[in-house]
Every structure is written in C-alpha cells, then in structure tokens.
Design a protein around this ligand. Structure first.
Ligand code: GRG
Length: 325
C-alpha cells in the first residue's frame, strides 16, 4: 500500500501499484515539457501565446500523454523520445477543447472550473490559440531534436497517423457528426460511431504513438490498438454516465449546464444500467488485451480500472453485483 493509502489493486495479486503516484509523476513530466516548448517563443508576452498557454495550464488529467508514455514504457521506450509526442497529443487535446467551448459549438463559459479561453481572450484569439496548438503539435513532433532520437521515416509515419486520427476521419469528423446529430434522433450505432471518432481516435493514437516510438512489434501494436479502441470508448461512456449522474471525473468540475439527457450518449440512448454494463465489458476487454504484457502493463491496467470505477458506482455502491470484478 502506498503512503497515501490510495494504491490500486489490479489483476495481478502480487503487485500493489500506486496509480496516484504514477499519474502525478507522469503528469508533472508532461507539464515541464509542455512549458519548455511554449517558452521557446520569443513572442511569449503576446496575447496569442498567453491564450495558448492558458489552454494548456493549468492542465486537466493529462490522460492522453500519460497513456502515450505508459504504452511506450511497456516496450522500453526512452522518456526523452516519448515526451515530444506526449506533448503533441496534449496540445491537440487542448486545441479541441478550446474550439469545442466556442459559441459556435458548445458555447461553454467554464472549462476545468475556470473561464473558457474565449471568455478571457475573445473569440478571435481563442480560435487562433486552438489553431496555434494544433499546428504546434506537428511542429514539435517533427523537430530536429526528435529526429536525433527517432528515425525520420517513423516520425513521418507518426505525423501521418496522428493527422488522420484528428482529422475528418477522426476527431474533427466525429465532432461534425455529433453537431448534426443534435438535430435528429440517433440510435446506439450512431452514438458509438461518434464516440469512436470524437474521443476514441486520439486516445487510440496516443497509445499507438507511444508503442511505435518504443519499437513495439506489429502483433504488439495490434494489441495496443485494440486496447486503445476499448479504452477510448470506455472513457467516453464513463464521462457520459458521470455527467448524467451529476458527478465528475477526478480532476474535473461540473460546468457545462447542458441537459445531458438530450445529447447523443450511451446513457441517454440505452439507459444508465445498460451503459454501465457496456462500460464494465469494455474495461474487462482492456484488461484481457494487456494480459501478455505482464507487469510492465500495470499502469495501463490500473488506468483502465480507474476510468470505469467511478461510473460503475452509485452513491458509493455498485449498481449490481455482476459488475464487480
Ligand atoms: C472542436 C475539432 C473539435 C473537437 C472537439 C474534445 C471534443 C471534440 C469535445 C469536447 C467535449 C467532450 C465531452 C468530448 C469528449 C471527450 C472528453 C471526455 C473530453 C474531456 O477530456 P478529459 O476528460 O479532459 O481528458 P481534461 O480536462 O482532463 O484534459
């Protein structure tokens, strides 16, 4: 058990893994690296720089870069080589949140308990801060320092892969589909289609990038991809359940004020109990995919359990016994 008493028990009875310390250490490393990238700009007193910085600090859970690092660590990847890619996925996540909060999309006033980017800097600068972060992500991962550590051919492949995951085939396409779905009845197939793209694609890509930088073999990469697909969907279903139950994920604050029942989500379309059953099944599938990786996958195992845990409890009680595992 850790000093904090928050150690997370996982599948492997011999291992007590302190997830809280792990997340804290990785998140701090990502923060330092992100800050270092933004500080490179001589113009950093400018409004656009400040708005970009505001979009990244203070951060949220940093789950995507942590997943990237955790996947890379399974295959012995060097932190120095992984961090630029970890920062890139967080920059892209930061951009997507700034744009999503804009009046033209979700029109949110608060993000992580603080005024949204456009509330502080105005719509024009917020739009550009998002653009700046998206562009900077690809600048960072293709920079000369990275090319000293990662073969150029692989960097090109990863740029290609990440741009696909966050473009019209992934994040942007999923968001566009979601926007249009607001005006019509949707079935669970459509909801899943949206989630796989809007949330899942970047999570899956983060894991795949980490694995590839660290030299995962093709069969290992396929397993990490399947894990990423399950975790990405689980992450969104958990978020939707917590929204509907009026709770928030760790490190977040409730703020949107939108009626969660009117959105295209698993709980609004199939009900909370069925959404929880799907979430538990996805978590179990995540754990099965990690089985061959042994102790090196302990962080990903613990994260999978944590993603599901709070959304599977109501008032501290599991909603039904079958969901306990
Ligand atoms: C604007 C192109 C474009 C895309 C927007 C990210 C997104 C797509 C929309 C945000 C709204 C939303 C509920 C997305 C689902 C994914 C999700 C749960 C985002 C929040 O991610 P966390 O929980 O946030 O990792 P933190 O604050 O921890 O960084």
């Amino acid at each position: 058990m850790s000093e904090t008493g928050l150690a997370v028990k996982t599948n492997h009875p011999t291992i007590d893994f302190d997830l809280e310390s792990y997340l804290h250490a990785r998140s701090a490393a990502v923060d330092r690296a992100l800050d270092g990238y933004l500080k490179r700009y001589a113009e950093r007193s400018g409004t656009i720089w400040q708005a970009m910085h505001y979009g990244l600090f203070p951060g949220g859970k940093r789950i995507r870069p942590i997943l990237l690092l955790a996947a890379g660590e399974i295959f012995g990847g060097a932190r120095k080589a992984l961090l630029p890619f970890a920062c890139a996925v967080e920059m892209i996540h930061g951009y997507s949140l700034i744009h999503d909060d804009l009046p033209a999309l979700d029109n949110d006033d608060l993000r992580r308990g603080a005024p949204t980017n456009h509330k502080v800097y105005g719509e024009g600068i917020a739009l550009l801060a998002g653009d700046g972060l998206l562009t900077e992500a690809f600048h960072v991962m293709s920079g000369p320092e990275v090319l000293k550590l990662v073969p150029a051919q692989l960097v090109l492949q990863l740029v290609h892969e990440l741009s696909h995951a966050v473009g019209v085939a992934g994040l942007v396409g999923g968001q566009a589909f979601d926007l249009e779905a607001e005006r019509r009845e949707v079935d669970i197939g459509v909801v899943e289609y949206i989630h796989v793209r809007k949330t899942g694609a970047l999570i899956r890509a983060s894991l795949r990038l980490g694995a590839q930088v660290a030299g995962a073999k093709p069969a290992e990469l396929r397993r990490i991809s399947r894990f990423g697909e399950c975790l990405g969907l689980a992450f969104q279903i958990a978020d939707d359940i917590l929204d509907i139950l009026g709770e928030t994920a760790p490190g977040e604050s409730a703020e949107s004020g939108h009626s969660e029942w009117n959105k295209a989500t698993f709980p609004s379309v199939i009900g909370i109990a069925a959404a929880q059953q799907r979430l538990a099944a996805l978590r179990d599938q995540c754990l099965r995919e990690l089985q061959p990786f042994g102790a090196s996958a302990e962080p990903l195992r613990a994260i999978s359990r944590q993603v599901a845990a709070r959304a599977l409890t109501m008032n501290g009680q599991l909603p039904n016994k079958e969901m306990q595992s």
